[in-house]
Write a new protein. Structure first.
Length: 343
């Protein structure tokens, strides 16, 4: 007898939407997943990010929860990095330094035990950065977005899921077609769900040709960073709260290059491949919860997963697993549940 599967729509085709959809296809085989998005890679905000796993802090989300999500994500990606799929998925280990002009209040951040080989920099290492007095050295993971996002798309399809390119203007358009909606629309949640607590933080980066750069360098304030990748080096960045423009700014690019050259003088004559801009969907706390919408006597079940801001790559798999657990609580039991008849 054919099994009638639970139909789930995932709104959003960026990092959060794809990872959530993939996690659901792997953990809840009773569901059929369709990812609906106006854009997919290479045209998403997630494609702009450098994809380096160094956690961002969310002031109104429990630190223990953030720590757990980061560990789950790191462990998941570490397994891929150590597998035959690493090359296709674009995931690799990367070592480097996070440096500070003065020592931070917490010399051991909440994530220090999850990354590899975390230690304080010695004087010889700090001599490379004359303007800085304190630093941390460690090895973490990096995702090449141009490979990782298509790799997830391929996995979703091979698990029986679907990708649909279209814009959702009203979430109620999905009522009656899908049993549950998973909202990973990021900034789209302002319009679709009336959440005006989420806002854009404009980020601009430069991709440059600098194959001699082998270690990441990150200013502890998070505004200046150098992340070597598979095909280029990403230089950043900017954080402009409430700015909706996704056009690159020439002055911002000059500032990025000047700051990065101060950290790594060998970049002074570097050739810029391209400027990229993304609008980080920012919120003081991530919204990951169940929601029941009611309209004209109709009901629509929604599970939200958005507000990752600039830290999506560091926690995306942990939040995807959380959504899968919430989804399991709201979907009906499969129709093919049989019990042994009593003789």
């Amino acid at each position: 007898m054919p099994v009638e599967k639970i139909k789930v729509a995932v709104i959003g085709g960026g990092l959060v939407g794809l990872s959530t959809a993939l996690c659901i296809t792997e953990s809840l085989p009773q569901c059929t997943i369709t990812v609906i998005s106006e854009e997919f890679s290479p045209n998403t905000t997630s494609d702009v990010a450098a994809g380096c796993l160094i956690p961002h802090s969310y002031p109104d989300t429990s630190l223990d929860q953030q720590k757990s999500w980061f560990k789950e994500t790191f462990d998941y990606l570490f397994k891929i990095a150590n597998s035959s799929e690493a090359g296709e998925a674009g995931i690799h280990l990367i070592s480097g330094w996070q440096i500070f002009k003065s020592a931070p209040k917490e010399t051991y951040p909440f994530w220090w035990q999850t990354v590899l080989g975390f230690r304080m920099m010695n004087k010889a290492e700090l001599a490379k950065f004359p303007s800085y007095t304190f630093g941390q050295a460690f090895t973490t993971l990096k995702c090449q977005a141009s490979q990782y996002l298509p790799w997830m798309e391929k996995k979703i399809k091979s698990n029986g899921g679907y990708l649909e390119r279209r814009k959702i203007n009203n979430v109620w358009d999905l009522h009656g077609i899908y049993d549950v909606v998973v909202n990973c629309s990021g900034l789209g949640s302002r319009h679709l769900f009336g959440d005006h607590s989420i806002y854009p933080v404009k980020g601009q980066v430069l991709e440059v040709n600098a194959p001699w750069i082998k270690h990441f360098i990150r200013d502890g304030d998070g505004n200046t960073y150098i992340y070597p990748g598979i095909s280029c080096v990403t230089l950043g960045g900017t954080r402009q709260n409430g700015v909706w423009s996704n056009l690159p700014n020439e002055q911002a690019s000059k500032g990025i290059l000047d700051r990065c050259c101060h950290l790594e003088p060998s970049l002074c004559e570097v050739s810029v491949i391209q400027e990229k801009v993304g609008l980080r969907p920012t919120r003081s706390a991530l919204r990951i919860e169940k929601d029941i919408l009611i309209k004209n006597g109709k009901q629509l079940t929604v599970v939200h997963n958005y507000g990752h801001g600039g830290g999506g790559y560091s926690i995306h798999w942990g939040t995807a697993r959380k959504v899968s657990k919430l989804l399991q609580e709201v979907i009906p039991l499969p129709h093919n549940v049989y019990t042994k008849s009593k003789l």
